[in-house]
Design a protein around this ligand. Structure first.
Ligand code: NAD
Ligand code: UD1
Length: 373
């Protein structure tokens, strides 16, 4: 029998790739999202790849009862192009759990804009922590204790990255002292999950990544924020298509190769492969020293390429790939930016037999095919 997996936040950038990867690997996926940062267009994109639409429920984790209709939330324009009957509108999370016997939950539903989290920390704590706890309560109630959590390398203590002798963050490095409320929400949720694995038998794959780029190889799903993008690659692509005039480079005063910030950008297809591998690892049978009692598990993996790229290096690769001038100007730094962020992916290589394979140039080439359409 096919395993059934609940994906929260599926219509988002990473979640929609997941749905495709899992359905193609013969799992049944059921998906929930409140569409706060995504649209039902993803249903159409996914249908083009799979030839069918997976079960989608318009559930808001923040409402334990039924979510308010989209009209009331001013989101009606998002659904004009879709047949309303395809969406199951009036369900609560509990009702969805009642309807399916889930084996796993993959939790992507999150507010993720770092700048916005600095402006509205309480909203981020509420959406990302309080309502995630409610999700865990429902999971426990229905005896669904397996979860993949999409964390971030922002949980590492900023001093880990700022240490002069710093090489790459490893999974055992200190997590604490985050630079922004978004990071704090990931940090706190990791701690909660660790405790749930020790005391409530939750089995957790906790994956830390940071800068995913590009899109599904079918070219159907990609990160195309309708508004001005926060992240570097979509911004650069919109400069290349002349939708935006200039990239704003957030300052240069750090002794990196060209004084601009260094990050490790990972292709989302590699990232999904890492999720699948961690899923396989954590679902493989484990000996239980606790006998009758359920054994919890909390496995942390850095999913990284292991390749530092500065902002101006990224601009250079984009120039080569697009054959367009990418104008930029230096503006003030963002308060939360760390100069160099990269993590050691060796544990994932060793234990999951996973490593990122797609070159930066190929990622950008594929990305450009979309934006240049
Ligand atoms: P995204 O914003 O595209 O997707 C998140 C989805 O969650 C959206 O579709 C949104 O509508 C939904 N959502 C938010 N709050 C909800 C709620 N209360 N109820 C129901 N749905 C809700 O983000 P993404 O880039 O696909 O990221 C997915 C996950 O991966 C997030 O947890 C994010 O923090 C994590 N992550 C992302 C990155 C990145 O750079 N994209 C890096 C590290 C970790
Ligand atoms: C941030 C979060 C990370 C999260 C990611 C995805 C922190 C510290 N970082 O990463 O957890 O996974 O967002 O949402 O919490 N840049 C510019 N101009 C731009 C945009 C970006 O110069 O217009 C630079 C930034 O200074 C940074 C790099 O490009 O050095 C990448 O920035 P961005 O794509 O925003 O991701 P991060 O801040 O690295």
């Amino acid at each position: 029998m096919k395993k059934t997996i609940l994906i929260t936040g599926w219509t988002g950038y990473i979640g929609s790739h997941w749905v495709v990867a899992f359905e193609q690997a013969w799992y049944k996926t059921v998906i929930v999202d409140n569409l706060v940062n995504s649209s039902l267009k993803s249903l159409d994109w996914i249908e083009k790849i799979l030839w069918y639409k997976p079960d989608f429920y318009n559930v808001d984790l923040r409402t334990s009862l039924q979510p308010s209709p989209l009209e009331e939330r001013g989101q009606v324009e998002k659904i004009n192009y879709i047949d309303w009957k395809e969406v199951k509108w009036n369900f609560s999370l509990e009702e969805v759990f009642k309807k399916y016997g889930f084996d796993w939950v993959i939790h992507f539903a999150w507010l993720k804009a770092v700048w916005e989290s600095c402006e509205k920390p309480l909203e981020y704590f509420d959406n990302n922590i309080v309502w995630t706890i409610k999700l865990f309560e429902v999971m426990e109630k229905f005896w669904v204790k397996n979860i993949i959590f999409s964390s971030s390398a922002t949980v590492y203590d900023s001093r880990v990255y700022e240490d002069k002798n710093f090489s790459w963050a490893v999974e055992t490095d200190l997590t604490w002292n985050t630079t922004n409320p978004y990071g704090t929400t990931k940090f706190i949720t990791e701690q909660i999950l660790r405790d749930l694995s020790s005391f409530s038998g939750f089995r957790v794959a906790n994956l830390r990544y940071f800068n995913p780029i590009w899109a599904h190889e079918s070219w159907v799903i990609w990160e195309d924020p309708a508004w001005i993008p926060n992240n570097l690659l979509p911004y650069i692509m919109k400069v290349a298509t002349w939708e935006l005039e200039k990239l704003k480079v957030f300052w240069w005063d750090y002794p990196t190769i060209d004084w601009t910030w260094v990050r490790d950008y990972i292709d989302v297809v590699d990232l999904i492969e890492g999720h699948l591998k961690s899923y396989e690892k954590i679902t493989s049978p484990q000996p239980s020293p606790l006998g009758e009692r359920e054994q919890g598990q909390f496995e942390v993996y850095n999913l990284w390429v292991g390749r530092g790229i500065s902002v101006l290096e990224m601009v250079e690769v984009a120039r080569k790939v697009t054959w367009k001038e990418i104008s930029y100007e230096i503006v003030e730094r963002r308060s939360w930016d760390l100069a160099e962020v990269y993590c050691n992916p060796n544990k994932a290589k060793k234990e999951l037999n996973w490593e990122a394979k797609i070159s930066l140039e190929d990622s950008l080439k594929n990305s450009w095919k979309f934006y240049n359409k």
